[in-house]
Design a binder for this molecule. Structure first.
Ligand code: HEC
Length: 162
């Protein structure tokens, strides 16, 4: 009985891979949560990763490391200034733009009439691609994304995300 108690205590003390992944995902430094929301935590600046979480670990890792952008656009304002941005909610009066030149991204509300142009992005790169995250950490993060999307706690081997 004593040994079983000890074993249970040891298990409780060691965080699981998905728990480590959640901590890394939401970390202030190198985290993902300043731009992606999962399970109601984080800020939804970038795309929702739930759909991607159903793919294999390799595909998720590749998408994370990729520097190719699909949605980010460089915005030029008539009132002056230009910055890479993700577009949020919009109506006739305002467009929500997340300014990616700021860390964490800054939410701006501008009038559609103030937008001079929106063009393809050649200035902003996805952070982990620039920061070279380790395979061990990325495996934990990918395990957490998969868990958030599917509920599966299947382990992700660092070899799978290299
Ligand atoms: C500074 C903001 C920011 C941070 C931090 C960030 N991302 Fe992103 N992420 C984005 C934006 C913006 C996009 C969309 C880029 C595009 O395609 O234009 C994106 C795209 C992605 C995609 C591709 C999604 C798709 O549907 O194509 C994945 C996967 C992803 N991020 C994972 C991560 C992970 C994992 C982390 C943490 C290690 C992270 N991101 C940190 C802003 C961020």
């Amino acid at each position: 009985m004593f040994w079983i108690t000890l074993l249970l205590m040891a298990q409780a003390a060691v965080p699981s891979q998905t728990e480590r992944g959640e901590t890394l995902f939401l970390a202030a430094q190198q985290g993902c949560g300043s731009c992606h929301a999962l399970k109601g935590k984080g800020t939804a600046v970038g795309p929702d990763l739930t759909g991607l979480g159903r793919l294999g670990p390799q595909a998720i890792a590749m998408a994370t490391r990729s520097s190719v952008t699909q949605y980010v656009q460089v915005v030029k304002l008539k009132s002056g200034g230009s910055f890479p941005a993700m577009t949020g909610k919009k109506d006739e009066k305002t467009v929500v733009l997340f300014d990616l030149s700021k860390d964490p991204p800054e939410k701006k509300e501008v009038a559609p009439a103030d937008i001079a142009s929106m063009g393809s992005n050649d200035v902003w790169k996805h952070p982990p691609a620039a920061d070279k995250i380790s395979a061990e950490k990325l495996a934990d993060i990918v395990a957490y994304i998969k868990y958030a999307a599917t509920g599966s706690r299947k382990a992700v081997d660092p070899e799978e995300v290299k």
